[in-house]
Design a protein around this ligand. Sequence first.
Ligand SMILES: [Zn+2]
Length: 141
Amino acid sequence: MEKTDRTYAVTKSEDEWRAELSPAEYQVLRQAGTERPYVGEYTDTKTEGVYACRACGAELFTSGTKFDSHCGWPSFYSPLAGDSVEYIEDHSMGMKRVEVRCASCGSHLGHVFEGEGYDTPTDQRFCINSISMTLRPAAGA
Ligand SMILES: [Zn+2]
């Protein structure tokens, strides 16, 4: 992944991350990998709750902004709070995309796309890997 100058609240060495995360989690969160579409555990999840960073536990998204994009990955139209994620221009794969990372630990979450015409309040699609998150179901959900 591209290094940034940012200092994160949660800072660990790559060896520490490797020890804490499964190989599949490490590959997405710390090496900006992408899960295959339609296989992630939260792609179609409707359970009410909060999605937290699987690397550091920071709360990132809520089920209230999750929508059916039919793109194969969990999609949200906004983050839980403006400062819960950070944005990095990504020029890999010959395209200009905007990468979304956890603002607390810098782990890779997915990408955000804009202006695709989805019927949501923001017209943004945060396309996030299931494996980057842990769903904390709401009480009673
Ligand atoms: Zn994190």
